[in-house]
Every structure is written in structure tokens, then in C-alpha cells.
Design a protein around this ligand. Structure first.
Ligand SMILES: C[S@@+](CC[C@H](N)C(=O)[O-])C[C@H]1O[C@@H](n2cnc3c(N)ncnc32)[C@H](O)[C@@H]1O
Length: 193
């Protein structure tokens, strides 16, 4: 769990929201609030403190589920996606509730220079399905490691970031890594041999 202190850190840029007050207000809204939904997805609270991003309509593989601009921090929070080794973009608007799955139906596409991310379907998603992505495709060495409850036959169990994956697991996810994680994987491989 992110500490209160770290959640109050100053963002490096304020492209999306003009003040920290606005960021804190967005963090405090009910996950299932209409502000966290579009005509493509909405957020459902599954248990206290645990929500999920759900498809509001059938989606085709390749379809953009949503695009959002976030706030960049130098260290991760529960709701950040890693842009580079020292830049993490905190997203709002509902897609931050997309959970991890070891056999996901979506993937984040992002650049290393702009704090803008798009969530894209990587297989057909039926209305009502949970929208999920593989956290190891965007995170190198996760701050908030956890034990996965996705229930997939190929569930990897401990989700800790791409740094902790075996070569066979990396190969399977190859089309979906962000460029930052891909760069770290290559460096790791070259240095470790
Ligand atoms: C960005 S949040 C996702 C939304 C989260 N469910 C919530 O309501 O705050 C990421 C956190 O959700 C939890 N999480 C996401 N996917 C999970 C999974 N497959 N199994 C267990 N916990 C998961 C982990 O605690 C993770 O650090």
C-alpha cells in the first residue's frame, strides 16, 4: 500500500491537472463513480478496496479502449504505469482500475516522452468482461508486488515486474512490453549473459 507521504509527492509535470488538489480529489472519488466510466468501460467495486475495470460493450482485438493523460512522478504509486526507469505516470478516469491477469485481454501502449497512455484490446472482449493487462509488460521492478488471483492455468503466482521473469515467460509476452521495459530486459540480458 502506498504511504500517505508518497501519495502527496509533487508531480514532475502537471500536464493533465493544474494543481495537486485536483489530483487528490480525483484519487478520493468512489471507484465506481460515473467519472471513472466511458461508453467503453466502467469500474465495479468487487470488494471493499478492490475494484475492476469492466467492458461496457463488446470490443474487437486492436480496438482502443481508452486514452488518458496522467501526472508524472519519479517513483511509482498504486495507480502508476512506468514510462521510463524514473518516470511513472499516474492515470485517472477508470483505466487505473484495470487489474493484472497472466493471460490478459488488453495492453497499455505508451511513449517514453509523453505522459499519455492508451489501453488497447489484444483479443475480443465481451461486454461485462473484466479488462486486464499483464503488469509485467509495463513495470520493470514493482514497488507493490503481489500474489496474483487471476486463476488462469498459466498463472505465474508472484507478480513482481519484468525483471523477475524467466526467458520463456518473456518470450510469451514479447509483443506487449513497453519500450522502457523492453530496453531494461535487453540490458539485463546483455549484462547477465
Ligand atoms: C492499479 S491497482 C488495480 C485496481 C485495484 N483492484 C484496486 O481496486 O485498487 C493495482 C493493485 O491491484 C491489485 N491487483 C491487481 N491485479 C491483481 C491480481 N490479478 N491479483 C491480485 N491482486 C491484484 C494489487 O494489489 C495491485 O497492486
Amino acid at each position: 500500500m502506498t504511504s500517505l507521504l508518497s501519495s502527496l509527492r509533487r508531480p514532475l509535470t502537471r500536464r493533465a491537472f493544474s494543481t495537486n488538489k485536483n489530483v487528490l480529489a480525483l484519487r478520493n472519488i468512489d471507484p465506481a463513480s460515473p467519472e471513472n466510466s466511458t461508453d467503453t468501460y466502467f469500474v465495479r467495486t468487487l470488494s471493499p478496496g478492490y475494484s475492476s475495470c469492466i467492458a461496457a460493450k463488446d470490443l474487437k482485438a486492436g480496438e482502443v479502449i481508452g486514452t488518458t493523460v496522467g501526472t508524472v512522478y519519479s517513483t511509482p504509486t498504486r495507480f502508476t504505469i512506468q514510462m521510463t526507469l524514473d518516470k511513472h505516470v499516474e492515470i485517472f478516469g477508470g483505466m487505473q482500475y484495470a487489474n493484472h491477469h497472466c493471460n490478459p485481454n488488453a495492453s497499455f501502449i505508451m511513449s517514453e516522452s509523453e505522459p499519455q497512455v492508451s489501453l488497447v484490446a489484444i483479443k475480443p472482449i465481451a461486454k461485462g468482461d473484466h479488462i486486464t493487462f499483464d503488469y509485467n509488460t509495463t513495470e520493470w521492478d514493482m514497488d507493490e508486488k503481489f500474489t496474483c488471483n487471476c486463476g488462469d492455468a498459466a498463472c505465474r503466482g508472484d507478480i513482481q515486474g519484468a525483471k523477475h521473469m524467466h526467458d520463456a515467460q518473456v518470450l510469451r509476452l514479447l509483443p506487449h512490453f513497453s519500450s522502457s521495459v523492453m530496453r531494461s530486459l535487453l540490458k539485463h540480458k546483455l549484462v547477465q549473459g
